[in-house]
Design a protein around this ligand. Structure first.
Ligand code: MG
Length: 283
């Protein structure tokens, strides 16, 4: 049966509404309860968050956070980080392969990992789900090409969700494909790019997506990203995959394992990476 244009746009609206609703946070959590206790003849309000009293000093009920020794300087790995690349050939060989699990043909140059044209992506041997990732990168100082062709690479969480790496310094491209975009899905809040050849940082807080037994996404991934210390993705709920699905379409979510590698893209440009470390996070 042929639908009238009005009916189909109404159907579309309902669909859009449904997907927004499923991305909303659960306002029933945490569970907050309150009571008034009489103390020294006075009414004292008590509040409990998920059953734990506010300012609970009993560590058997509210343990103190574990100690972490922060890095010796800003950007250096803290004591509980998994260091994936420390600038040495040894750490490259120990921690990275190509996507077939074989030795990668990327180079270690001046303490940095450099992408090699046609060598393919590299990926970490270790796999992660939700995590905090610190990675530094530099686009080639020898500026070549324009748009997506200039200093293109990418940092992938779980081997597939891409935070775009691109020389976006005085180099325009579509907004959802510039540096620090969640490729094809979310434009950065600002362009905080440094000049070609200068070292730049990404600090990424990622929560993995979750799927049910039928392979349907039940919890979408979220990204918070700082580019050179500037907030560019603010707890963004990723609406689907970031894979290429033609010039104006991105891939959808497809169920996968709870953990996957950190990966970087060979897009034909000699982009460099250094100081790569990860901290695993609870879902
Ligand atoms: Mg890319």
């Amino acid at each position: 049966m042929k639908q009238s244009p009005i009916l189909s746009s109404a159907a579309l609206l309902i669909f859009a509404f449904g997907s927004v609703a499923s991305g909303q946070e659960d306002m029933s959590k945490p569970v907050i309860t309150k009571e008034i206790k009489k103390e020294n003849g006075k009414d004292v309000p008590y509040m409990y968050i998920d059953g734990i009293k506010v300012h609970e000093a009993d560590q058997s009920k509210q343990p103190l956070p574990p100690l972490v020794v922060p890095g010796s300087e800003p950007g250096a790995p803290p004591s509980d980080a998994v260091v994936l690349f420390d600038g040495t050939e040894k750490s490259f060989k120990e921690n990275w392969t190509n996507t077939k699990g074989e030795e990668s043909k990327w180079n270690v140059v001046d303490g940095a990992l450099e992408s090699v044209r046609r060598a393919g992506y590299i990926q970490s041997k270790a796999e992660f789900g939700s995590c905090q990732l610190h990675i530094e990168w530099a686009s080639p100082v020898d500026v070549q090409g324009s748009g997506q062709g200039r200093g293109n690479s990418g940092v992938f969480l779980m081997g597939q969700y891409e935070v775009q790496v691109l020389d976006s310094y005085e180099n325009e491209t579509y907004a959802d494909g510039q540096a620090s975009a969640l490729y094809g899905r979310s434009t950065p809040l600002v362009n905080a790019s440094r000049k070609p050849g200068e070292w730049q940082t990404y600090d990424i807080i990622f929560r993995r997506p979750q799927f049910n037994d039928e392979g349907k996404v039940t919890k979408r991934a979220t990204f918070t990203v700082l580019h050179n210390g500037v907030l560019v993705q603010n707890h963004v709920v990723l609406s689907g995959g970031t894979g290429w699905d033609g010039p104006h379409s991105a891939t959808e979510y497809k169920a996968h394992a709870d953990k996957g590698p950190i990966a970087m893209q060979d897009h034909g440009n000699p982009v460099r990476f250094r100081n790569i470390w990860v901290r695993e996070l609870k879902d």
